[in-house]
Design a protein around this ligand. Structure first.
Ligand SMILES: [Zn+2]
Length: 521
């Protein structure tokens, strides 16, 4: 869920132990893990209480302070030192702990900027004509606005606030993260994350580019009819502010009734032999509270012992997507082997947990599932819309990874970046893309790579499930057993290793092409 982080200077005090060198390092690592576990439990607990609306205050600062040593310079240096000396089988775990320490170190160094941004985002308002919209409500307002001129005006007003008020703070934060990456001994922020995630980001960007090229011919053919149905311009004439309107598709909401939301999820799990009400470690929070987050989320204070799935249903297809996505995370974490080390239960390659979230989310656009669980006679409109949305998203993410590689390179030309952003995103999506969000549209730590890999991994899981258990795999207990076996491994293996071990395949974005080429007729 939300950003985690911050810990203790245990690694710096190795010398005090008076034990042989590797035993010292082991003790220090054990202490670090224990601290990190306590920190995670407290921080995720606090996120849960605040975002679920059980607690108005959001007191993460004292937790970070209490665990400040987890994210100190000496903790980062100590873990790097351990990583250099680690045997091959232990290296990945230490690498994930180092990623946790590094992310927290940057978080500590930029917390003033993060606080300022959060305060501005929650207090600023966009004024259009005579009405005002809270800054964080802009996307919802654009999605619900049928008048294109008004959508344009809302976006323009939002972009003005971004450029004048928020971007200067985003930029400070970015430059600080870049500087710190170099101070800590990496060539760049990009180099740091490529190593910490052990992902060849350049190769991933090349595969993503190949996906865009391979789907060029089918793009307009699949997307334009859906855009026309949504009453927005076709590709080439489409503007970014039309996209939320297109994604929203209010006409499909009636097929996804609010009263069926939780039952459909519980029945889906039951079909796979998982008894949701009997899972003592999965806490489903459906109560309505005034300050509860409108968006579903999954909080994991203790994996697998305490997993919280929080929803506030308002009705419509979006609720289903959100609950199934977060429910995929929840079931993944809830089935992790408790004997695994902290770093393999809580940390690791998030492409893995995202793949299971996407797998469940995809059910809400799977014709077999829509028919079986919602009794919809003609699922085609949902399927066509979902396929078009996914293709736009995949091409957008392909452009995002290329852009973020430039933005986080050794010496990025920051003055040129707003136009590079608009150019790369605009070319891949064929949407007139504004420059203003060149900083706000960047996920920290190259998370973009996790999403791209997760989409590929999810496609591989789906194919394997269909081959082994048929198109209604979600109704077979053996598919549930197969998934539980995968889930039990937590994130001990990265996405490529887990797929290779399970099906013998390699992880490639090329697997995504089949859904879009050749164009279905
Ligand atoms: Zn997710």
């Amino acid at each position: 869920m939300a950003p985690r982080h911050k810990p203790r200077d245990v690694l710096a005090h190795r010398a005090a132990y008076g034990l042989p060198r590797d035993r010292l390092a082991d003790r220090a690592l054990d202490d670090y893990r224990d601290s990190a576990q306590r920190f995670s439990e407290q921080i995720d607990g606090e996120y849960y209480l605040h975002l679920s609306g059980r607690k108005r205050a959001f007191e993460i600062e004292p937790i970070y302070e209490h665990h400040a040593e987890l994210f100190s310079r000496s903790a980062v240096d100590g873990l790097r030192d351990s990583l250099e000396r680690a045997s091959a089988d232990r290296a990945s775990g230490i690498r994930h702990l180092l990623g946790f320490a590094f992310e927290g170190h940057l978080g500590q160094a930029t917390k003033r900027e993060a606080t300022e941004l959060a305060e501005l985002e929650s207090s600023l308002e966009v004024t259009v004509d005579s009405s005002t919209i809270p800054y964080r409500g802009v996307m919802v307002a654009v999605a619900n606005e049928p008048d294109a001129a008004r959508r344009a005006a809302i976006e323009a007003a939002r972009d003005e606030l971004l450029v004048e008020r928020l971007n200067p703070i985003h930029l400070e934060s970015l430059q600080r993260a870049h500087e710190l990456s170099r101070e800590l001994g990496w060539a760049s922020y990009r180099d740091a994350w490529a190593r910490l995630r052990a992902i060849d980001l350049e190769a991933l960007a090349r595969e993503a580019r190949a996906f865009v090229d391979a789907t060029d011919a089918a793009y307009a053919e699949l997307v334009d009819p859906e855009l026309e149905r949504a009453g927005v311009p076709v590709l080439g004439e489409l503007r970014r502010f039309d996209l939320p309107r297109f994604f929203r598709a209010p006409e499909l909401d009636d097929l996804f009734p609010a009263r069926r939301l939780v039952p459909a999820f519980a029945e889906t799990l039951a079909g796979m032999g998982i008894d949701l009400p009997a899972q003592s470690n999965v806490h489903l929070d459906t109560e309505s509270r005034p300050t509860k987050s409108a968006r579903a989320f999954c909080a994991t204070p203790r994996v697998p012992e305490e997993v919280r799935l929080v929803i506030s249903p308002v009705g419509g297809r979006d609720d289903y997507e959100a609950l199934f996505h977060e429910g995929g995370h929840a079931e993944h974490y809830a089935h992790v082997d408790p004997a695994l080390a902290f770093e393999h239960r809580h940390l690791g390659d998030n492409s893995v947990t995202e793949s299971f979230a996407f797998l469940f989310e995809h059910l809400t656009e799977d014709p077999a599932w829509i028919g079986a669980r919602l009794g919809v006679a003609d699922p085609e409109p949902v399927v066509r819309h979902a396929r078009a949305v996914k293709l736009v998203m995949l091409r957008r993410y392909a452009a995002k990874v290329a852009y973020e590689l430039e933005l986080h390179a050794v010496e990025p030309d920051l003055d040129a970046m707003p136009s590079r952003y608009a150019e790369l995103l605009g070319d891949a999506t064929r949407v007139a893309w504004p420059r203003a969000s060149w900083l706000a549209d960047v996920d920290p730590g190259f998370y973009v790579a996790c999403y791209l890999r997760a989409w590929a991994l999810e496609t591989a899981w789906r194919r394997a499930l269909r081959e082994r258990f048929g198109p209604s795999w979600f109704e077979t207990e053996s598919a549930g057993r197969w998934l539980r076996e995968l889930w039990s491994q937590g994130q001990r293996l990265d996405a490529g290793e887990l797929l290779a071990e399970t099906t013998g395949e390699g992880l490639h974005l090329g697997v995504l092409e089949a859904e879009f080429t050749p164009p279905p007729r």
